[in-house]
Design a protein around this ligand. Structure first.
Ligand code: ADP
Ligand code: X2W
Length: 294
């Protein structure tokens, strides 16, 4: 590739110097960031998130954003008068729902995020998991009471092709990936965004996966208590998995798979706090849950 195809490094205007020093160990490394739909419903939070991602890039880190958009999909389905429900944290996805999922994730949420990231420079490039065979998916079923339940066009990631993401990273861009997968048969699947982020992090061989969500971390005894588990190993997490409700099920399953596939640590951070990403990575605020291999 010619030099002209590579974005010029930008002078590190932000973050401030002390933050830059804290990011030094991450310089040159790839960090996958999962940006959850519930943490992206507020304008101020979205802007702060975009500033953090650009700040990472300017500090020499190679961020990859994988975004969700569950609430945004839900709002669009409501507008169309289409009902949808979740089983084990996964949206039951008919053909009609899939059209909306694809349109909202790749056409709206991703584009808005790319727009925000590009306010200060030509950094972000959006791509769907379908593009360049980035995410190959296979139909997945929910398991309820020991029975396999058909939940439609929901996919699990079976293969990741990191070629396009690496090209973008190597040319100084920030890939922004929508969690839509393509089956071997050409069928398009709705992939939970945590699942997509975990699979991509593992395939890229990243040391760190950061998951921004709408709670303070993994609660030890939710909903009875909101005491956050600060750190948990893979075996212990596997033991807790069957008892987790809602979106936390697929989220923790994805974190578990990631640490078992070589990711050294997954940080689950409270995306409701402005600048949670930079604060979490620089240790400015020691919050959330860290998942580590055994
Ligand atoms: N043990 C738990 N700790 C924290 N949240 C939990 C737990 N069990 C279930 N949840 C639910 O999981 C939700 C987070 O998952 P989800 O809504 O999919 O987040 P996101 O949109 O960030 O991907 C929380 O808002 C909470 O309602
Ligand atoms: C299969 C499945 O449930 N897919 C999700 C994809 C988006 C997502 O995961 O968004 P969040 O990260 O905001 O939850 C959905 O349809 O809502």
């Amino acid at each position: 590739m010619s030099d002209a195809a590579v974005i010029e490094p930008v002078a590190p205007a932000a973050p401030a110097d002390d933050r830059l020093a804290a990011l030094e160990p991450l310089r040159g490394t790839t960090v996958v960031v999962k940006y959850g739909g519930h943490a992206m419903t507020d304008d101020g939070l979205r802007r702060a998130f975009a500033q953090d991602v650009v700040a990472l890039r300017r500090a020499g880190v190679r961020p990859v954003v994988v975004h969700g958009g569950g609430p945004q999909i839900g709002a669009h389905l409501d507008r169309l008068g289409l009902k949808s429900r979740f089983l084990q944290g996964l949206r039951v996805t008919t053909e009609e729902t899939m059209e909306v999922v694809r349109m909202v994730l790749s056409g709206k949420v991703q584009k808005e995020l790319v727009g925000l990231l590009n306010e200060d420079g030509p950094y972000a490039v959006g791509l769907s998991g379908e593009d360049g065979h980035t995410l190959t998916a296979v139909k997945r079923y929910a398991e309820v009471g020991g029975e396999c339940v058909d939940i439609g066009l929901v996919g699990d990631v079976t293969r990741v092709n990191t070629a396009v993401v690496r090209i973008l990273l190597d040319s100084g861009h920030i890939p922004v990936v929508s969690s839509v997968g393509r089956g071997e048969d050409g069928q398009v699947y709705n992939v939970n965004a945590d699942t997509a982020a975990g699979a991509l992090a593992a395939a890229l061989g990243t040391r760190a996966l950061v998951v921004l969500t709408d709670v303070a971390g993994l609660y030890a005894d939710w909903p009875r208590s909101d005491r956050v588990v600060a750190r948990i190993g893979a075996r212990e997490l596997e033991r807790l998995l069957p008892g987790l409700d809602g979106g936390m099920g697929p989220k923790m399953e994805a974190c578990l798979r990631a640490v078992r596939s070589g990711v050294a640590a997954v940080r689950v951070l409270d995306g409701r706090a402005p600048h949670a990403l930079l604060d979490g990575l620089t240790g400015a605020v020691g919050t959330g849950t860290t998942i580590v291999p055994d």
